[in-house]
Unconditional design. Structure first.
Length: 257
């Protein structure tokens, strides 16, 4: 029988945004709020944790993650609720704001199929999955170490799809070669039990996944069905000729190309 976990780590993807709905790339600099569906998804995420003894909630600095995390926090007002830039989504560089068919899908194929985890997204701000791992895993390592020292048992981390894929591959498999198998739906929940120490410098804990990419907390009509994978079927080129950009005052605007 598997031993009782020292701590359970819940890795949660944020709810849907309008950029998601349009099948465009967000990353670290495109920072929209949740749309109406995303707000409903966040409500169900909050209800999913209503009866869990949540000890702390951590999110990235992104608005969409903070809003999703706030739905959990509403049921656990005494739990610390913090935000960390090291948990921001991988920076997709020049692809941020563009439709997924404008280069993003090809990049993901190189990462997930050709296993090119050191390949950076194009542009000045572009990161590789390995770059993202090198900043996110130490942050999560510190979160878990402090939680264990404080006697905490349940920690919610609300972040992003690619970051979760990277983190799960690193924690569970010790290699980014498997990150492609950990695809994440909007507002999905992943349950990872921390069982004890492991002989690893990157992630020094032995972990087992109890649930991956679960959306069982949401009714079918709330689940998002738009993704980079769906962009490959029934294509409408006019829907793809769009780009989200930040104007001079930082407002996110949708432009037709």
């Amino acid at each position: 029988m598997e031993k009782e976990p020292l701590l359970t780590l819940y890795l949660i993807r944020h709810g849907e945004t309008e950029v998601n709905r349009r099948n465009c790339v967000q990353g670290s600099r495109i920072d929209p709020p949740l749309n109406d569906r995303g707000k409903t998804q966040a409500t169900f995420v909050g209800q999913r944790f209503k009866d869990v003894a949540v000890d702390q909630i951590v999110t990235s600095n992104a608005r969409r993650a903070k809003e999703t995390g706030a739905a959990i926090s509403s049921h656990h007002p005494s739990a610390p609720f913090t935000h960390m830039a090291a948990l921001n989504e991988l920076s997709f560089g020049d692809y941020e704001g563009t439709h997924v068919t404008a280069g993003y899908n090809d990049l993901v194929h190189k990462w997930d199929v050709e296993k090119m985890s050191e390949l950076k997204a194009p542009g000045e701000h572009g990161e590789s999955p390995a770059d993202c791992e090198r900043r996110a895993i130490p942050c999560l390592r510190n979160i878990v170490a402090k939680a264990l020292a404080d006697g905490q048992r349940n920690v919610c981390v609300v972040v992003h799809s690619r970051l979760i894929q990277i983190v799960l591959a690193s924690m569970l498999d010790g290699s980014l070669a498997t990150m492609g198998v950990y695809k994440q739906k909007k507002a999905a929940v992943n349950v990872v039990d921390v069982l004890g120490p492991a002989d690893s410098t990157m992630w020094p804990y032995r972990c087992v996944a109890r649930d991956i990419n679960s959306v069982s907390h949401m009714p079918e009509d709330v689940i998002s069905h738009v993704s980079s994978a769906t962009s490959l079927f029934n294509r409408n080129l006019s829907d793809e000729q769009i780009r989200f950009e930040l104007d001079a005052d930082g407002t996110l605007v949708l432009k037709q190309l």
